[in-house]
Design a binder for this molecule. Structure first.
Ligand code: CA
Ligand code: ZN
Length: 297
């Protein structure tokens, strides 16, 4: 199994591939936490670290045969995380920003549980940053867009299949920013930020139009989209999901909207200033139904 260890801070068509892989191959990505491991204990605040070294993504991997117009499929096989994570508050971030002080907390991980003050909860390791290179301008790994990037969906965990648009030859897959757990919206601006290792299997779907990253769970499909605000993101994700459903379900837009209204999911991935400069990344989903799947093939 190839081990991918080098990292970068941007998604870029000009990034030099650090490895080449074939569809069907299993790869191991070794990832650093979003602070590049600069925060070692609770006495260090985020404001004191070098933020030009934040949100590293491991890669990119050049996928043989991937061409613009294809879809890169990434099956998340396993995520192992370190035995300690970091969570923080920042002075200008999150719904309680007026009443908090900047703080760093270490969150130990023991036997699959995260410990915080006097409580524990089971970890659910997830990938915050995952995507392919955009066709045009570079996008810093801390940002998100139709290429993926810092989507911060807590559904991108082991067992999930991620579909990413291919915009440049080789797709240039990269990922990082693991969280041992993260709540919806990531309201302080951090999950349990942690280093670790991700094992994935990559495959390719040739010539299939995909405009935004899709996540397939055991029982659900989601489209992830980013806009300037909730309304714009909701429209972008809903339109893409409706477009993918149309040939599979054979329904028109009115029936699809009724179905969204009675069975759909709308959940916030991440939307906290200043991480996305007022952008909202959310996911709109539907349950999987026998005979009406897959949406992408
Ligand atoms: Ca993140
Ligand atoms: Zn993170």
């Amino acid at each position: 199994m190839q081990r991918i260890e080098k990292y970068t801070y941007t998604f870029s068509k000009d990034n030099e591939p650090v490895a080449t892989a074939k569809p069907g191959e299993i790869l191991l990505f070794k990832t650093l936490d979003c602070f590049c491991e600069q925060i070692e204990n609770e006495s260090q605040l985020v404001a004191e670290i070098d933020l030009s070294h934040a949100n590293p993504a491991t890669g990119p991997v050049f996928v043989e045969g991937a061409e613009p117009g294809d879809v890169l499929v990434v099956d998340i096989c396993n995520i192992d995380v370190a035995d300690k994570g970091i969570s923080c508050t920042f002075s200008d971030t999150g719904p309680l920003y007026e009443s908090i002080e900047p703080r760093t907390r270490e969150i130990p991980i023991e036997d699959g549980y995260a410990k915080f003050n006097d409580i524990t909860w089971p970890i659910n390791p997830m990938i915050g940053v995952i995507g392919t290179a955009p066709a045009e301008d570079d996008i810093a790994c801390g940002y998100t867009g139709s290429h993926g990037g810092n989507m911060d969906s807590n559904k991108i965990a082991a067992g999930t299949r991620v579909y990413l648009p291919v915009r440049v030859p080789g797709a240039l897959l990269q990922m990082g920013d693991l969280h041992a757990t993260m709540g919806d919206g990531e309201l302080s601006g951090t999950g349990v930020e942690i280093s670790g290792e991700v094992t994935v299997k990559i495959s390719l779907i040739k010539d299939f139009e995909l405009n935004w990253p899709v996540t397939e769970l055991k029982d659900r499909w989601y489209v992830n989209a980013t806009g300037a605000n909730y309304e714009e993101s909701l429209i972008l994700a809903s339109k893409e999901l409706a477009r993918l459903m149309t040939p599979v379900y054979g329904w028109d837009a009115s029936d699809i909207l009724i179905y969204f209204s009675v069975q759909g999911f709308v959940e916030v991935n991440q939307g906290v200033k200043p991480i996305h400069d007022d952008m909202v990344n959310l996911r709109v989903g539907i349950p999987k139904t026998y005979g009406k799947t897959p949406l992408i093939k």
